[in-house]
Design a protein around this ligand. Sequence first.
Ligand code: ADP
Length: 500
Amino acid sequence: MADPLRKAGELRVLAVAAECFPLIKTGGLADVVGALPGALAAEGIAVRTLLPGYPAVMAALRDAATVHSLAQLHGEPARVLAGRAAGLDLLVLDAPHLYARPGNPYGGPNGEWPDNGVRFAALAQVAAAIGHGAVRGYVPDIIQAHDWHAGLVPAYLHYDQRPRPATVMTIHNLAYQGQFPGDMLATLGLPPQAFTYDGVESYGAIGFLKAGIALADRVTTVSPSYAAEILTNEGSMGLGDLLNRRVSALSGILNGIDDTLWNPATDMHLASRFTATDLAARAPNKAALQARLGLDRDPGALLVGVVSRLTWQKGMDLLLAALPVLLRGGGQLAMLGSGDQDLERGFADAAGRHPGRVGAWIGYDEALAHRVQGGADAILVPSRFEPCGLTQLAALRYGAIPVVARVGGLADSVVDAGDANLASGAATGVHFAPVTQQQLEAALDRTLVLWREPWQWRRLQARAMGTDVGWTRAAQRYGKLFRDLVSSRARGDDRVPGLA
Ligand code: ADP
């Protein structure tokens, strides 16, 4: 379909996601979906992002026009609005019966919404319809499906005989697969032949992410190490056979962070802005953070920060267990997080038991996240697995030394302060492996030793702050992947690689 509005050489990508910063966010997925379009624009790739019309998205949408109407979508009328918000080009699925609800994208006060299968299948169905030309004057070359919420996009396109855009399934976290009962097949508008190992069936259920992995032209994940880990028994979360079959279509591209949003030289959340050549200006941020979290105002104590969901994945139970080692070494903990009740209680108790040494802020607070990054001396990320991780990238940029488990994107983005890396000046943080309490304790001890050598610490900070954590490199890699994919399909090679 020729399109007079298309610029020469421009590639059109429709991103489909459940979250997008700054409109709606529960985790790193939103950061990536919000930042990638801007970075890809520099590569000649025009991204539009299809989001569910949650109240927060509807409220932010500007210059909205209806570009597609559906007489009914799972029982009620719906429409697609085109508009802009937060500098992003959006398509918004306005379906109040599915999305006009309070709470986060996935649930309300009483837990997850029981109709999440339908809610996100609807998003994917509409994305597929747009891929087939439902919006006049706009046909994407590629649809990029982010995480399980968009996992059915490749399936709807695959089981339709019409020509279709290319598809890319991007895995931000394999642990969340979106499994729904097999008897929903017809409700979700999938044909009976889709319920196979090569299709949407996953352990007797319908697996949204599994379907995307099976049926997309390319599968990406958010770091090279995680791409390797998900091929192993331990890391594959039950999808190892499939992922190994699709290995020729699989690649890992390390995320970046928005380095204008996360910039210590301009960050208005900070008490004092600073640069790598003016680290003295960092000190007031530490004092402000200590005051905010009720910690002793002690410039000499190693202040370890955490900004995290409180879950098993993030190794937060290990941190609670290893806390005595940090405190014995004179350190302090500044913890910002929310999640599992046991862990929330554990950190609140620890703060009660160690007043002035452990500060815990249970909740979600974007401004405080910046203040922890700008005020803590180190940022701890003891994840059992971590597809990419964004907090260690912000930590590098803010000169808070990342202390990380050697897994996934943490291993790919932080250079361990082993003897050789210290000697060469390449080190930017501290690694530990395997992810056990004992190794975490050893890492905290190593960090305390480094802290006691101020010149060594400053060297680590300078190198960390010089690390390129922006999106440019990742955007170039996505750009190449997208262009290669479109060319290979233009050559007629549009087999889904790895499928029988
Ligand atoms: P995940 O997506 O698995 O939670 P990431 O490290 O990829 O982990 O991304 C987490 C994002 O959410 C980061 O931008 C981090 O700053 C932010 N974040 C996590 N917990 C909180 C919190 N309690 N308050 C503010 N921001 C948070």
